[in-house]
Design a protein around this ligand. Structure first.
Ligand code: NOJ
Length: 517
């Protein structure tokens, strides 16, 4: 594994021009797949109750097929009190009645497969809902066989904070002890040093593999608690802010992930994608490879705060140098939509980013509705504030003596509700819709293997213009994307795709550079 310092040296020496990067190992179907994230509660309402469900997803499969995507990632649909919108599972082997039934799930899988679309499902193995029967049993008695499924302590052993807010330790009256939760107090962390927990989780994975899913997106998988010994180290606090050092990437984590991988990869052709809560590419890469995960999200590029060609080129080179096969996305259910965040609602910029997502090296993950393009939906009142992170923020500010209004404004900023609004399907056919552009780009991507399989040739940027080449066998394609307002002279021969702004000026070009050899 190349370490970060080594990687930086490569980037520095590579310079900008004419450098052809070395190839990365390629192995699975997923590297040629374009995924579409479906946040089940707000994707499509199939039964008329105002919220998304599996029937709604089924009804949109023809649309997704026509769009040209080849994989979907379904966020949690399991029975859950939905304190964190389903990332708090009460029953791992069923479908929440609000979303449908197991029969609906099987139908979804069948229809998707018939349409040539693979389905990966979110799996939350770091924590369960506090209403999960394991936890209810665990708290009941010190002699319960489930006691060891969670992390109980007589006294708070360390200063660890939850990733949402406040202490990660909660006192439970029934048990007379504290339990550990990395997220909300209703999402109780499982004890991954327990062999029974590992066995239970393996069985859950097999349950869904036997139903035919194509893989899993493993939620916060590097947060698994694999080392009880770590409890005795306080996390460093700098300027009042905790650095999460000892509560993730614990000793034993790779062994746990290897076990998961063994279970999943015993079924041929299944895909394991991890959410690794890190921005160190070297660390991210350490979780990917034979016997581990197949890929991991890289938030470095995906969560950038402003559209910046120099930053993008730099991240592309870093991922290249580190040898991490990238995942490409700019929006998700946890982030503000990039149509607002990066594009300032400028349709041309959104189209340029669509070109990037579908022509740069990596596995694209589109977020539901970005092709319409959907905007962030602001929360107008406390009643609509659904996200737990926002609600925690509200309670915290009230407890600090802030007014209700100030607390609401603070909470609204922290909340992830913005990107979770119902997809506005009625806008799909609008004149401004980007769906046609996405469709065309996806079609070009299918017909030109250099865009999915190709290595990078040059990666350059100057004055807001990003340029890169994709090369596969004899084909070389060049992509020019101009993110700032100016419209430079771009070569107009052998054009495969062109982005024009509202004034008819060319802002992006994808073109054949040459047939090699
Ligand atoms: C990551 C998920 O994407 C997020 O929505 C959730 O709140 C946390 N994991 C906790 O499960």
């Amino acid at each position: 594994m190349a370490c970060a310092a080594y990687a930086h040296a490569i980037i520095k020496n590579a310079g900008g021009r004419g450098f052809v990067y070395n190839s990365m190992k390629r192995s699975g179907w997923y590297e040629n797949t374009v995924f579409y994230e479906i946040y089940v509660p707000s994707f499509c309402d199939g039964d008329g109750d105002g919220t998304g469900d599996l029937k709604g997803v089924i009804s949109r499969i023809p649309y997704l097929r026509q769009l040209g995507i080849s994989g979907i990632w379904l966020t949690p649909f399991y029975p859950s009190p939905r304190v964190d919108n389903g990332y708090d599972i009460r029953d791992y082997r069923n479908v929440d009645p609000a979303f449908g039934t197991l029969a609906d799930f099987d139908m979804l899988l069948r229809k998707a497969h018939q349409a040539g679309i693979r389905v990966i499902i979110d799996m939350v193995l770091n924590h369960t809902s506090d209403l999960h029967p394991w936890f209810q049993e665990s708290r009941r008695s010190a002699h319960s066989p489930y006691r060891d499924y969670y992390l109980w302590e007589k006294e708070i052993p360390c200063n660890w904070e939850s990733f949402f807010d406040g202490s990660a330790w909660e006192y439970d009256d029934t048990a007379g002890m504290y339990y550990y939760h990395a997220f909300s107090r209703n999402q109780v962390c499982l004890n991954w040093s327990s062999p029974q927990v590992r066995r239970e989780c393996a069985d859950i994975l097999r349950f869904w593999l036997d139903r035919g899913v194509d893989g899993f997106r493993l939620d916060v998988i590097n947060f698994l608690k694999t080392d009880r010994g770590a409890f005795h180290a306080d996390n460093p606090v700098e300027n009042g802010v905790t650095r999460h050092v000892y509560d993730k990437n614990q000793k034993g984590i790779y062994e746990a992930i290897r076990e998961i991988s063994r279970v999943v990869h015993a079924y041929p052709g299944k895909y394991l994608l991890g959410e690794i809560g890190e921005d160190d590419l070297c660390l991210i890469k350490s979780y990917v490879g034979d016997g581990l995960l197949d890929s991991a999200f890289q938030f470095n590029l995906g969560s950038m705060e402003k559209l910046d060609a120099a930053f993008m080129a730099d991240q592309m080179r870093r991922m290249e140098a580190e040898g991490v096969y990238p995942t490409l996305f700019f929006s998700s259910h946890d982030m503000r939509r990039h149509f607002n965040r990066l594009c300032g609602k400028d349709r041309t910029k959104a189209e340029l980013l669509a070109v990037f997502l579908l022509t740069a090296k990596g596995i694209p993950f589109l977020y539901q509705g970005e092709e319409i393009p959907m905007e962030d939906v602001p929360v107008e009142s406390l009643r609509d504030l659904k996200d737990i992170q926002g609600r925690y923020g509200y309670d915290k500010k009230l407890a600090e003596g802030e007014s209700e209004e100030a607390a609401f404004l603070y909470a609204r900023e922290r909340s992830r509700d913005y990107s979770r609004g119902m997809v506005e399907w009625e806008r799909e056919g609008d004149r401004d819709s980007l769906a046609r552009a996405y469709r065309k780009l996806l079609d070009i991507r299918k017909r030109h293997l250099s865009l999915s399989m190709g290595e990078y040739g040059e990666i350059r940027q100057q004055d807001g213009l990003l340029y890169y080449q994709r090369i596969w066998e004899k084909e070389k394609i060049g992509v020019y994307l101009c993110f700032d307002g100016h419209s430079p002279e771009l070569p107009h021969t052998d054009v495969l795709y062109e982005v024009m702004d509202g004034n008819g000026r060319t802002r992006g070009i994808m073109r054949y550079e040459q047939e090699i050899g």
